[in-house]
Write a protein of this length. Sequence first.
Length: 433
Amino acid sequence: MTRVLLATIPITGHVRPALPVAKRLVADGNEVVWYTGKKFEDLVGRTGARFVASSAQLDFDDSRVDVLQSMDDRKPGLAGLKKTIRKLFVESIPGYARDVAPLVDDFRPHVIVADHCFMAAPFLAQLRGIPKVVFGVGPLSVSSVDTAPFGMGLRPSATPLGRLRNRSLQWLMSHVVFHDIQRAAHRVNAEVGIPPLDGFFMDWGMRVADRYLLATIPEFEYPRSDVPDAIEFVGPMLPVGVDDWEPPEWWPELTEARRDGRPVVLVTQGTATSDPAHLVLPAIAGLADKDALVIATTDKADPDRVLPVAQRPKNLQLVSFVPFIELLPHTDVVVTNGGYGGVQMALAYGVPLVTAGLSEDKMEVNTRVEWSGTGVSLNTWRPGPAKIRAGVDKVLGDPGYRTRAQQLGAAYARYSGAERAAEVILESAAAPR
């Protein structure tokens, strides 16, 4: 039996992708301890892993990400990304390291697994000589001669001129734009006790890890001639099922829409950006008179508070939650702000996208959507109703988007996701130290 310590930043988009991995490891007879935020105790418990909560002063949830965004409403993109990275993912490392260290020493794991934003765990693993696996639940942020720096939302270019652009922008990012965070990262490393690391701090997770797993496929990532050997594409971490869910009364409308040739449009803002005025309400307004079935999700918000029943268009079903694994097989297009997990899931089911988001890593996700030919990016995080309607009409009117999304769906099907991730984790635990 292998002892696995799993550590994740307490944000939904970082916890949920690890659920099927933990479940697989436990099912295979391994002992898994999962360290994350208190709000995820129930989800973690369902996998069979033993839950350990982070200290109250370190715990936060998706709402803190939303607060950071609202402080920079007028400066989406790099400004918001910098604030999130520094406050939540860099400056928190020493506190997390102190909090996790006793757990490491008590549990004595054979391998430590962490999401790519929880650097305290692989740093501790390095100090203790324990094998370490990092899994990326966002676009690959590793520097490359063939791509612009992460966070700029630019397409790749491996031409001589493109590589000159990439080198110039990389210098600008590391020495000017992120210079303060680079210095903060070095201070954090010294405080934790890690030997000094050179290069851009966004590359450190890959450099420290023995294995670095990407929850996507090569077809959705930019081609790089210098991909490090530690990196492996394992495919998306798709949920394996939903407990205690029954189809709602309106579910037969999906069959009726298919029968009548009406497209089904799913609208979702994901979990990190919770204000429905950003995307959900404009999408509802823009699609109100379209001959389509529109299903919009509100996540943490009460649907009746978001939009009272009396004010809803006739073509709308507004719900707080619906399992995407149940809905996507009936869906023709997904309108989303570009959350990485949601985009991966849509493409795994061969559904094209309309994206609108510039916060966190969404500018990178949405550029990949356009680059891969699987959808349209509206290049804003506050689109108006007309712009959303135009994007939906464009995707539905051009069968090429659906064809390309289905091609990627077939590619996703060739990857086992959680199964392969579990194999790599066990391989790392058994490797000579």
